[in-house]
Design a protein around this ligand. Structure first.
Ligand SMILES: [Cu+2]
Length: 167
């Protein structure tokens, strides 16, 4: 009776030892597959969205979800390139649903006639149109999840940015 129990225990132990490498192989293969999946930008965003959000410590921003966006004229020949060479200095904003987003928008052009806008279509419909040298501050609640484009009405298709609202 005792011998059989001991024998059984040994068999169980052997089983554990034998299955360990198999389990490790499985984990390694899953990790590799996940690694390859991460290369796809869409998947990357999905995985990022699935992660619980972690508060950043020591962030340099004056307050959370506050952004400064300047206009910038690139040193390039617009007529030669065939597209507007003005850009936003900040072209990617990522926030979470429910965040109160504040944007300080500066038109850095010297001449008042060189206007730029910060424009979005529905559901974040807005249109902030500034003369050169002007700036404005506005806020909105990011209450709709998804990817949204902000752009300058005068400098399409090149003067655009992307707002990503994660769940
Ligand atoms: Cu513009």
């Amino acid at each position: 009776m005792l011998n059989r129990d001991v024998c059984f225990a040994r068999v169980m132990e052997m089983g554990k030892i034998l299955t360990m490498p198999a389990a490790l192989l499985l984990v390694a293969s899953l990790t590799l597959n996940l690694g390859l999946t991460l290369l796809l930008p869409g998947e990357m965003m999905n995985i990022a969205a699935a992660q619980p959000s972690v508060k950043e410590i020591g962030a340099p921003s004056p307050k959370p979800n506050e952004y400064y966006i300047f206009t910038q004229e690139l040193n390039a020949d617009e007529s030669k390139l065939g597209v507007p060479v003005a850009v936003f200095t900040l072209t990617n904003i990522i926030v979470h649903k429910g965040d109160n987003v504040t944007i300080h928008f500066f038109n850095t052009a010297d001449e008042a006639k060189d206007r730029h806008t910060y424009t979005m279509q529905s559901p974040y419909k807005m249109d902030h149109d500034l003369a050169g040298g002007q700036n404005t501050t506005f806020s909105f609640v990011a209450d709709k999840v998804g990817g949204f484009t902000y752009y300058c009405r005068y400098d399409l298709p090149s003067m655009i940015g992307h707002l990503e609202v994660l769940p």
